[in-house]
Design a protein around this ligand. Sequence first.
Ligand code: ISJ
Length: 368
Amino acid sequence: MSHDPIDLNPSTLVELRDGIDAIDDRIHDLLMKRAELVMRVGELKGKGPAGTPFYRPEREAQIHRRLEGRHGGPLPVEAVHRIFREIISASLNLEKQLSVAYLGPEATFTHEAALKQFGSAFTMFSTRTITEVFHEVEIGRANFGVVPVENSLEGVVIHTLDRFVRSPLNICGEVLMPVELNLLARGGVLGEVRVIYGHFSALDQCAQWLSHYLPQVKRVEVASTAEAAERARREEGAGAICGPFAANRYGLVVIAEHIEDQARLENRFLVVGRESPAPSGADKTSIMVSFLDDPGFLHRILGVFAERGINLSRIESRPTQERAWDYLFFIDMEGHRQDEGVSAALEALGALSGVSVKILGSYPQHAL
Ligand SMILES: C=C(O[C@@H]1C=C(C(=O)O)C=C[C@H]1O)C(=O)O
């Protein structure tokens, strides 16, 4: 590898491009060196006890956080994350080929979340339902699954929560994505749109924009954003409300960007698998708690966390599927189950009589 200093102040186009070529050669050489080290890590893992995980989300989160901490220069930090996402994805693929099932069809927000988490070197396939995503991982046809959990668009949170009741899988990660809704069509002219397809919550979230700019246009509800895109691809004069990801996949043109009425909406997705990530330094733990329908029980449960200063980021209640009026609580907290405070709280919770606790997983807090 040559280490000639690179001239950062060339003046002509030819010199500038020579400089870029020289840098590309170095990046290329370094990528190969990095890949060699990753392969050696893979060999060590292969020699470890059976079931030693190859994919290490906690390590990947640490890499992204470290880069974010040292970041500076003209490229936005999101671009750095994307580039390293792909470097890590391609490198891990040298250790082991892994597969991911996601709630489809292709080009849904969940597909985009799966790519954001795993990069494009994983084998990915879609399923029609959330329960099938879990099933594919449970029977070992996929190593990991990606499902929406707090999804203002696909409105399916409850199916994901309910599926954890009878699944042996763990949560291995979370993906957060800002909601961006665009109006897409085959042609790029707003005045030619005669009908708009969208998932009901996409139509709902853009209602003001649609009433303002397209008051006469019929709105038709479909099962997914991907189906909306498919209809717009097939039908002349049809528009679809989709994320930016769908435009390329379906060969559509963006007529209007960011047509959602409320800014800063975010979707959250979970990665499920058989592995339990080690602490990354900034983690979350999700649990499921059921208890007798007694006055004061919820108060006592929450007290266990409050006494230990553990921050709860979400509490969701669902009826149990066993008896009417029995409830399950899904609780997310900050920290890893191996952290002192969280582990003490979980132990205290388990010791309360009449309470049953299932730990769904500890995983790195969304890093990028
Ligand atoms: C190299 C490793 O294996 C995988 C690849 C990584 C990488 O390319 O940096 C990071 C974590 C793992 O998912 C590792 O565990 O350190």
